[in-house]
Design a protein around this ligand. Structure first.
Ligand code: DAH
Length: 340
């Protein structure tokens, strides 16, 4: 039995030398110290020895057991340490390594154009307000003095949600909302998205953007309208830009006009962009119709105002020389990144 014990101990040591993994160490532990382990079996068979033999062999066997246990423990600890080292090595972060650059996006040309228009008006003291894209028929048409038979009301021109709710066809309903909740003096612009049942082509899109403007106070005249919009044109398109106003019709203004700016491509000489005329139409405007002021409960003898509305896509297309409106909505980065 003594020799058996020695062999077991020697074998255990030899095996421990070779062992590479935690699992192998555990296997060895079970083989030696487990319920059916070699050492366990020897200890169990001690019953057949005489009391003296049992005593001395017992001491040796226990010493062997303690030795094996501590050898196993050491092995386990060494394996754990090795594993930790491997893990640290694998997870090591080189803090001196250059980072992965974050690709910065760019602003969309329509956002850039809206920002630019807004800045010009804000510098004159206008504030920016917003209105919802889903509007009431009342705010989009009735309150804006568009009669019951106005052609824009047609189902073929407007996206109706119900009989009373629609996708706004213009930003002008924000005039109504502003008049209903704000007292004069009013000086606001309102950029936003509009919708019309148009088939997309190079100059039409069922979704597009406008910037609306409204000024209401005592003593506002057509001179204020012309002065403000001429200053806007010079700020937006350069101090050489000149403007002219042509009579037009809008239900919510009286009188109404369209404003042209000297072509920023040719300076007024006539070119492809302005179709030879030297002028480019950029917005609709006029003196706010008394019927619209009345929706806000204003005394139309005391208060007057002017309003204007411009198409953002149209201005962006002219400014950047974009020939197809659909390019704005395709989200092709090769296009969008050109306007940084
Ligand atoms: N809402 C008009 C349109 O979509 C544009 C417009 C014209 C707005 C004259 C105005 C205005 O505020 O006074 O065609």
């Amino acid at each position: 039995m003594q020799t058996q014990l020695k062999t077991i101990l020697a074998e255990a040591k030899a095996q421990l030398e070779k062992i590479q993994t935690m699992a192998e160490t555990e296997e060895l532990r079970i083989r030696l110290l487990g319920k059916k382990g070699k050492l366990t079996e020897i200890l169990r068979s001690m019953g057949s020895l005489s009391p003296e033999e049992r005593k001395s062999f017992g001491q040796e066997a226990n010493a062997a057991r303690t030795e094996i246990e501590s050898l196993l423990e050491e092995k386990f600890a060494a394996m754990k340490e090795a594993q930790k080292k491997l893990k640290f090595k694998a997870e090591r972060i080189d803090v001196t390594e250059p980072g992965v650059p974050v690709k910065l996006g760019v602003q969309h040309p329509l956002t850039l154009t809206i920002d630019e228009i807004s800045k010009v008006f804000m510098s004159m003291g206008f504030s920016v307000v917003e209105g919802p894209e889903v509007e009431t028929v009342f705010n989009n048409f009735d309150a804006l003095n568009a009669g019951p038979n106005h052609p824009a009301r047609d189902l073929t021109d407007t996206f109706y949600i119900t009989d009373d709710i629609l996708l706004r066809t213009q930003t002008s309903p924000v005039q109504v909302r502003t008049l209903m909740k704000q007292e004069p003096p009013i000086m606001v612009i309102s950029p936003g998205r509009c919708f019309r049942c148009d088939t997309p082509d190079a100059t039409h899109s069922p979704m597009f953007h406008q910037v609306e403007g409204l000024v209401v106070d005592e003593g506002i005249t057509m001179a204020d309208l012309k002065g403000t919009l001429d200053a806007f044109a010079k700020d937006m398109f350069g101090s050489d830009a000149r403007t002219k106003f042509r009579p037009h019709h809008f239900p919510f203004t009286e009188p109404s006009a369209e404003m042209d700016v000297t072509c920023f491509k040719c300076g007024g000489k006539g070119c492809r962009v302005c179709k030879g005329s030297g002028w480019i139409e950029i917005l609709g405007c006029g003196m706010v119709h008394p019927n619209v002021l009345k929706v806000g409960g204003l005394d139309t003898e005391k208060y007057t105002g002017f309003a204007f509305g411009m198409g953002v896509e149209r201005i962006a297309m002219l400014k950047y020389g974009v020939e197809d409106i659909r390019l704005f909505y395709e989200n092709d980065m090769r296009f969008i990144e050109q306007f940084k």
